[in-house]
Design a protein around this ligand. Sequence first.
Ligand code: SF4
Length: 227
Amino acid sequence: MPKYITKNLFLSSLKCPTYGHLQQQQPTQPTTSPSDQLRIDEGIEVQERARNLFPTGVLVSGSNETCINRTRELLANPEVSTIFEATFQSGPYITKADILVRNNSKWKMIEIKSAVNQSDEHINDIAYTTFVALQSGLEISSCSLMLINKDYRLGMTDDNLLVEIDLSAKVSVRANEFCELSDSIAQVLSSEEQPAPDLKWECKHCEIFEECCGEGIDNDMRVLGRA
Ligand code: SF4
């Protein structure tokens, strides 16, 4: 098992244990197309502009160990009201919260996405971070998603760029589910034995379909998915 299980690895394993197991053995280096790069650049810009809304925020950076220790210090410092990239570990699981805002003795967690519409993947992202942060001892008052404001127009200020949606109720339910599954996923990832593949909906878009359970199945079958 790798030293840390990241959000990507956890969520991949949740969709397909075989894929998660393979990913940790041989992490894929996805090729970055120009449109991928554009999305990455947009994501970075949105993160920076979201941080501008919290001028007293403190950024955590460095190795995982450094970030975990620095986060502990900042959480314990009552003069710190906002933390960017606060890093938490619980057992093998590790995560970073985009923005944490102090709310009396608790913290509001905010995830930034360069999207205009909320999706189930966004809930999964925040739920994973919430589960790990809660398990590491953080007290959370609420969980929000910051998305691009559909009404934003060029030239408007950063205040108008993002809208915040409170997803605390949904995130709490999903974080509990993740917590219950976390031991079995860690077990799968720590096993030397690869879980046997089984044909399912996720296979349709899986990048290793041909080498996995798509071996011997022609492309038409893949298009048909589980049909
Ligand atoms: S092809 Fe299907 S079973 Fe194989 S790794 Fe991908 S999603 Fe999992």
